[in-house]
Write a protein that binds this ligand. Structure first.
Ligand code: SF4
Length: 290
């Protein structure tokens, strides 16, 4: 990438960040301008860092394209140390008080956990009580189910990366228990942290766990029953929408479990992972009997 292009990019980003700090949320741009911004500069090769899995087939073509803001991911800084970059970002998130009510109510900022070189990243919605208490995403009942899904794929939790759209637990004033869905404003405020995580890790596939994760990532309404199982593009990274593990905990239906599993099989295929006959058949026999 040429130095001139990098300077232009930095200046554009700084200008947009100044606007955002003044509360501006949308910037009018012509279709041509948006298209040229989303194109890599001439001569740039679309190369990604090596994932933990060896085979790298071409990313799938997105299957749906509902109206949503164009996502632009910053290219990795040359020679960037992913672990160090994530630690720096985590320190910034830990000190963040952009949502004063959430900052006042939280026990921990739940940044994310896993392998900075992960080929596969899971994105959920927000920390719940267990996650807030422990400072780690997906550690409650839904987290244990996510661990099982990851294991069924032949992976370990430490091999993937797990994060939420919102880094602080949505507060529930006047209530001692229970969770609430993050507001679109809260998700938009926190989004730069998730974007940077994706930019640093550069996973080959992102799995969006549930409707709120999809809405946070794409900043639009989502009907997860319609969208699950169909790849969507997030700045060049395929995103597989699927149900949140908490949904499976509440709907003990083999049919629903199979749907999530089919989404994971597609992800495994995209990552070039070996899939055994046993893995292909999970929840099939029970489903045909149900
Ligand atoms: S939710 Fe995100 S933006 Fe809001 S205070 Fe927490 S870290 Fe900061």
């Amino acid at each position: 990438m040429s130095e001139a292009y990098q300077q232009l990019l930095r200046a554009t980003i700084e200008h947009l960040e100044r606007l955002r700090s003044r509360g501006v949320r949308f910037v009018p741009a012509s279709t041509d301008a948006a298209a040229s911004l989303s194109r890599p500069p001439a001569g740039r090769t679309a190369r990604r860092s090596a994932p933990t899995t060896e085979k790298q087939p071409a990313p799938p073509t997105p299957e749906t394209s509902p109206a949503a803001p164009v996502v632009r991911l910053r290219p990795p800084a040359p020679g960037e140390n992913k672990q160090r970059a994530l630690e720096t970002l985590q320190a910034e998130a830990t000190a963040c008080v952009r949502c004063p009510n959430l900052a006042a109510a939280r026990a921990h900022v739940v940044f994310g956990v896993g392998n900075p070189e992960a080929a596969l990243m899971f994105v959920g919605e927000a920390p719940g009580a267990d996650e807030d208490a422990q400072g780690e995403p997906f550690v409650g009942a839904a987290g244990r189910l996510l661990d099982k899904i990851i294991q069924a794929m032949g992976l370990r939790r430490e091999e993937v990366y797990i994060a939420n759209v919102l880094k602080c637990r949505p507060d529930t004033p006047g209530r001692r228990s229970g969770n609430r869905k993050p507001t679109p404003e809260e998700m938009a405020t926190c989004k730069p942290f998730l974007l940077r995580q994706v930019e640093i890790i550069r996973p080959r596939v992102v799995v969006a766990l549930g409707v709120t994760a999809m809405e946070g990532l794409f900043e639009r309404r989502c009907v997860i029953t319609r969208e699950r199982g169909r790849y969507q593009d997030f700045g060049g990274i395929p995103v597989m929408p699927t149900y949140h593990p908490a949904y499976l905990l509440h709907h003990e239906s083999v049919r629903e479990k199979r749907k999530v599993w089919e989404d994971m099989l597609r992800v495994m295929e995209t990552l070039g992972m070996e899939i055994t006959e046993k893995q292909r058949g999970y929840f099939l026999k029970a489903r045909s009997q149900s």
